[in-house]
Design a binder for this molecule. Structure first.
Ligand SMILES: Nc1ncnc2c1ncn2[C@@H]1O[C@H](COP(=O)(O)OP(=O)(O)OP(=O)(O)O)[C@@H](O)[C@H]1O
Ligand SMILES: [Mg+2]
Length: 597
């Protein structure tokens, strides 16, 4: 929290120029709907004008005493009917104002949400490792909602209030100049208060938002791993964590409300103090014959309107300030540099697949002090099979993640076909690599959609063929809905081995020149494993393949085996060559596995 406070301080003292920049960026999202927006503004003005006409007409009732007795009945009738007519018009105008502004805000904010999402998914992996997922989703949900409220309600309301204030002042000036001066004398006090409190309220409300986001993250994270929570019977722990976080949020929210409360009540006191003053002076003017009762009534009614609008505007401004806080965060994400530039499907020429690692040293961005790879050099010829073996945590998965371009090596270089991978378009690079990862996560959707993820334009026949080759077809057809079975969050749960076979089918369908199998057969029983192994052999044929496996039976046929130990290549050679080293790690691994079998 301390670090948070520090950030707040910086933001509060940030120049106002930044706010204008934000406003311009928000308006850029409204711009495509400006016709609707301007029409909305038009109705806003009309509805404000009609609202303001009502007290004017009401005060005319009071001036009945100034009308000759014979005309009084028609006079009252005329004023009454006029008021009813204005009321009906006011209703119609308000309807259109609300609907039009909602159309603009919903559409423009959907555009903004789409842009944020597109930006987020195009960012590089380190971005996601430095942030919590809950934090990112709240950018799209809560923060954008706040902006939306600002555009659809706050902005329109402020315009309405300002129009009311201006028109009100013009009307009271015309009614009584001297009384207006009395009324306006109370204004500077209110404005000073707004400047003074506004600063604190903005700072606190930003902290409130952050605190709420923090507690939402706890909900999200614990629900995502609800199985783990239950397995460890840690419901009490999560409950406590959430309670503490909520308490913190409530404490800040209440503190914010203290300032807001002080601000609003102070303002109301000033405004009503002003009205009392006006009433006092006004009654004296009526007594001295300088005003009619109707004029005083009109003056008081409009002063009330103006006062209400001033108080309302202050509250609206603090809401707008909140929205500015949200906008700052939202545009912060939009300003991140994307990893992938194009979000459309493109086809690049295939890569042959001669892979070369030269002295690659790597630190994960989240742990810059710890070298995970300490000078890896390896060469994989086109179409050959290379296996990486070694203890858990040795750095095997990291080696292939660098090949995918998920991260950049800290030093050293990786090249494919004699060209550094940093020179490749990332889309082109990844299109040529198929990966069956260590833990397969399926997307919410059908099995067919999940297989087709490797090649969105594949035919049904190709999908079925891939499923057959991956030895997945039989279990898929065992489900009543077959290929159309829903999997993922709301669908059925597949076993680890079943998910792996779906991933193999996905890679088969993609048909890449470089294939990465990270423990691709780890979740399969012996029988499925030999069947999938056969499919994999076929898949690996004529492709550059990197196999990562703990079960050494699966790497025996590799052209070259690299034994990775604590981020370094400890041994390399074919299965037979490595077995010659009786003191070697590989020999030891084989011996251990043999003993366990
Ligand atoms: N995203 C990450 N951020 C920070 N550190 C990481 C990240 N991924 C892995 N590591 C660390 O890097 C080291 C190597 O991890 P890696 O996943 O490459 O091991 P591995 O050889 O594939 O192990 P296993 O056989 O268990 O899959 C580990 O110490 C791990 O803690
Ligand atoms: Mg791994």
């Amino acid at each position: 929290m301390n670090t948070n406070k520090h950030v707040e301080q910086e933001n509060v003292t940030a120049p106002n120029r930044q706010n204008w920049g934000l406003i311009r960026r928000i308006l850029a999202y409204v711009a495509p709907y400006k016709t609707t927006f301007i029409l909305g503004l038009f109705f806003l003005l009309l509805s404000t004008a009609t609202t303001l006409a009502i007290p004017y007409l009401a005060s005319q009732f009071a001036d009945i005493t100034t009308i000759p007795a014979v005309e009084q009945t028609t006079y009252l009738q005329r004023v009454g009917l006029l008021m009813l007519g204005v009321l009906v018009l006011q209703g119609i105008f308000s309807y259109f104002r609300i609907v039009l502004f909602t159309i603009v805000s919903e559409k423009s904010m959907a555009d903004l949400r789409r842009d944020i999402y597109n930006k987020i998914i195009s960012l590089a992996l380190p971005f996601f490792e430095e942030r919590r997922i809950g934090e990112l989703t709240s950018r799209i949900t809560a923060d954008v909602t706040q902006l939306q409220t600002a555009i659809s309600i706050n902005l329109a309301e402020i315009l309405r209030q300002v129009a009311t204030i201006i028109a009100g002042i013009v009307i009271i000036l015309m009614t009584s100049f001297r009384l207006t001066l009395v009324m306006l004398a109370t204004f500077p006090v209110g404005i000073l208060a707004a400047v003074f409190f506004g600063k604190y309220i903005r700072k606190l409300s930003r902290q409130t938002q952050d605190a709420l986001a923090d507690s939402n993250i706890i909900v999200e994270e614990s629900l995502q791993s609800i199985q783990a929570v239950k397995a460890y019977t840690n419901e009490w722990y999560e409950a406590k964590r959430y309670k503490n976080s909520l308490d913190h949020f409530v404490a800040i929210a209440i503190q914010t409300s203290r300032y807001r409360g002080l601000f609003v009540s102070f303002l109301i006191t000033v405004v009503f103090g002003g009205i009392i003053l006006v009433l006092w002076f006004g009654a004296n003017y009526v007594k001295d014959g300088m005003m009619t009762i109707g004029e005083l009534l009109r003056f008081i009614l409009y002063t009330g309107f103006i006062g209400g609008s001033v108080a309302g505007t202050a509250d609206l401004f603090s809401n707008l300030q909140k929205a500015m806080g949200a906008a700052e965060k939202v545009f912060g994400i939009l300003d991140e540099k994307p990893e992938v530039q194009h979000l459309t499907q493109q086809h690049f020429p295939p890569i042959n697949g001669n892979i070369d690692y030269q002295n690659v040293v790597f630190h994960y961005p989240t742990r810059p002090d710890l070298a995970i790879l300490k000078g890896i050099s390896l060469h994989i010829e086109q179409g050959k099979k290379v296996a990486l073996v070694g203890a858990s945590g040795a750095g095997k998965s990291t080696i292939v993640q660098l090949l995918m371009g998920f991260y950049r090596p800290t030093s050293g270089s990786i090249s494919i076909d004699n060209r550094s991978i940093t020179d490749y378009d990332l889309t082109a690079l990844r299109q040529n690599i198929g990966i069956v990862p260590q833990d397969v996560v399926l997307f919410g959707g059908t099995i067919a959609e999940n297989i087709r993820y490797g090649k969105p334009d594949a035919t049904n026949e190709a999908v079925i063929a891939a499923a057959r080759q991956a030895n997945a077809y039989d279990f898929i057809m065992g489900f009543p809905q077959g290929m159309e079975t829903m999997v993922g969050e709301r669908g059925i749960k597949l076993s680890g081995g079943q998910r792996q076979r779906i991933a193999i089918a996905r890679a088969l369908l993609k048909n890449p020149n470089i294939l990465i199998l990270d423990e691709a057969t780890s979740s399969l029983d012996s029988e499925s494993e030999s069947l999938v192994q056969a499919a994999l052999e076929q898949l690996m044929h004529n492709r550059t393949t990197i196999i990562i496996a703990h079960r050494l039976a699966t790497v025996r046929n590799a052209d070259q085996i690299y034994v990775i130990d604590q981020g370094q290549i400890a041994e390399q050679g074919t299965h037979e060559q490595l077995l010659q080293h009786h003191e070697g790690i590989y020999h030891n691994l084989i011996k251990l596995q043999f003993e366990h079998a």
